[in-house]
Design a protein around this ligand. Structure first.
Ligand code: TMP
Length: 399
């Protein structure tokens, strides 16, 4: 079900040391029905490359197990819509045609089409490509690589794309050299490539260990990206920080022979083995704190639920070994997830109506990346004395 790595994906070094180990974990988006057995556990171990500072998982799970029927649908939250407005404006100057790699259900393609791009999507999840097609988009149902890049070109009648966007997909990719061969095949000299990834420096600062799961096979630094690009015909054009998904990098890349001038990158970065060791200590303490907090509240007779059955929720629940005894249920607005359970646990996922009827005393906000929006939306829960436990940075009680 998975393969093991001994070489750094960015620089090919074998100087990799283990820095964070969560043991055997279920696939974070493998939502089974309550009556079904959970299958597919794999090691969740982070290795740090001492040469280029990339962190990567020790294993890559077979992509068909992770993505062929993917339940992660791009959020339609207000936070995400604002981000899409900003990102599409950033790309607007490119004009012409755009390929979105990892186009999910086609929501961002809508934004790109609205500002005048001719759009093509590419996504390995057939169920999501179907949704994108129903929205009127051409979507190639494949993992993007040098082979499927030909299908993307066919979809644009052989015309190379003027821009390429890959949002939160690059760190899911196993073979980066082949990915760049694919990018070479579908781009021309002046194509702008926009790769958005979660930023490992933000993850470490904010103790977001719940962003570590099998789909995220790499935890990228700017340095590792630069080293990787040195092995390709591309270079870093510009890097912008964004707050989306707990802190991200928007990395703009161009061909080495582009006429566009290179921009200077003024983000200072210092990711070391010692910082990873500190992160490990702090995250282990944080897991113990949430466990203790929940257990103490249960002893006091309080009812606790979870809010947002995100992949982060799976990581937290398994790290804390939560069962239905601790969290009565997790509420989530995604129809796909309701009636199923948090992977690796017996905790059911229910809709918002059940949450408002249950009126728990506390809800652990696993979808903390939408914190402001959720706090505003749940004014009634808060008004009735309900409190959120928000595990970002420290563990906060809000309400
Ligand atoms: P994500 O962080 O991977 O986007 O997942 C967030 C999950 O939280 C997703 O399954 C949708 C869910 N969610 C709610 O249930 N209610 C909300 O108000 C928001 C913003 C998200």
């Amino acid at each position: 079900m998975y393969k093991t790595h001994t070489h750094c994906r960015a620089c090919d070094s074998t100087d990799l040391i283990p820095v964070f180990d969560l043991g055997l974990q279920p696939l974070a988006n493998s939502f089974k029905l309550i009556s079904e057995e959970q299958d597919g556990y794999a090691p969740l171990l982070v290795l740090f490359c001492q040469k280029c500072t990339l962190a990567q998982l020790s294993v890559t799970v077979r992509p068909d197990l992770l993505y062929s029927y993917y339940r992660y649908v791009t959020s339609t939250s207000q936070t995400m819509r604002q981000h899409f407005d900003w990102l599409s404006a950033l790309l607007q100057s490119e004009k012409g045609s755009i390929l979105e790699i990892g186009s999910n259900d086609g929501l961002f393609l809508d934004y790109l089409k609205d500002i005048g791009f001719r759009v093509v999507g590419c996504d390995p999840a057939a169920n999501l490509c179907n949704i994108a097609s129903k929205r009127g988009h051409i979507c190639v149902p494949a993992v993007f690589n040098s082979q499927s890049s030909m299908k993307c070109l066919e979809a644009s009648h052989g015309e190379r794309f003027d821009a390429i966007a890959a949002r939160h997909v690059f760190c899911h990719v196993d073979d980066w050299m082949d990915f760049f061969r694919g990018l070479g095949a579908v781009s021309h000299r002046e194509t702008l490539i926009c790769i958005e990834v979660p930023y490992v420096a933000d993850m470490m600062d904010r103790l977001e260990f719940d962003s570590i799961y099998h789909e995220h096979t790499s935890y990228l630094t700017i340095n590792a990206m630069r080293v990787l690009l040195n092995r390709t015909p591309f270079h870093l054009h510009r890097v912008i920080r964004s707050d989306i998904h707990g802190g991200s990098l928007v990395i703009l890349i161009r061909h080495n022979d582009s006429i566009h001038p290179r921009c200077s990158i003024d983000i200072k970065e210092n990711i070391t083995r010692q910082q990873w060791e500190l992160f490990d200590d702090q995250c282990r303490a944080k897991i113990q704190r949430l466990r203790r907090m929940v257990h103490d509240l249960i002893v006091e007779g309080k009812t606790i639920t979870g809010y947002g059955a995100s992949a982060k929720c799976t990581v937290w629940c398994n790290a804390c070994k939560f069962t239905q005894k601790e969290l009565k249920f997790v509420t989530d607005t995604t129809g796909y997830k309701q009636g199923r359970k948090v992977p690796g646990t017996d905790i059911p996922i229910v809709d918002e109506i059940e949450f408002s009827e249950e009126r728990p005393d506390f809800a652990v906000m696993f979808a903390w990346n939408y914190q402001q929006e959720i706090m505003a939306k749940e004014s009634k829960f808060l008004g009735n004395g309900g409190k959120f436990i928000v595990p970002i940075g420290e563990i906060w009680v809000k309400g």
